[in-house]
Design a protein around this ligand. Sequence first.
Ligand code: IMP
Ligand code: MG
Length: 183
Amino acid sequence: MMERMFGRPIVTQEEMHTRIRELGRQITADYADKDLILVGILKGAYAFYADLARAIRLPLRVDFLIAASYGGKGKSSGKVKMMTDLTEDIAGCDVLLVEDIVDSGLTVQYLTKQLSKRKPKSIKVCALLSKPERRKVNVTVHYVGYSIPNKYVVGYGLDYQQKYRNLPYLAVLDIVDDEGQGF
Ligand code: IMP
Ligand code: MG
């Protein structure tokens, strides 16, 4: 009954933690002699971010920004806005953007472009999820937890109309939105 209310689980908590530990190991190796700053894109990335940061065995710095797409109901409208900025100076640093899901790619494209102006040494992207079928712009997602089909997912930080972010697993939401996305 609960499962029904909260959609069908597609990735369990255990699977997620195993995958995030793998990503953490890979990032630890890749950034071993770098000046890593993990930039979480809120709100969606909060749950993934907390687990990923603890899976990386390096003296990294944490920072966050809040991004929103205006007019969007869970999906990106194409216009992205930075609602709050970073607190750290990223010039000369190795920035890893941490995102919940890359869908059209517009959010990651916009933020990468904006942050690049501050002259970081490098800037890469780590996303828990990617929906390659939905891509509108060509962005490189350097680290991906799972590539998923074109279904609307919630939980583990991801929302539907600001709800379900606290679900401890990832679920397909049994709804159809006005673009027919979802299930
Ligand atoms: P993009 O700019 O189209 O790549 O969209 C990225 C943002 O859209 C994500 O950070 C999410 O906030 C939202 N989004 C895209 N697909 C989903 C989904 O299936 N569930 C929840 N949010 C989604
Ligand atoms: Mg988001």
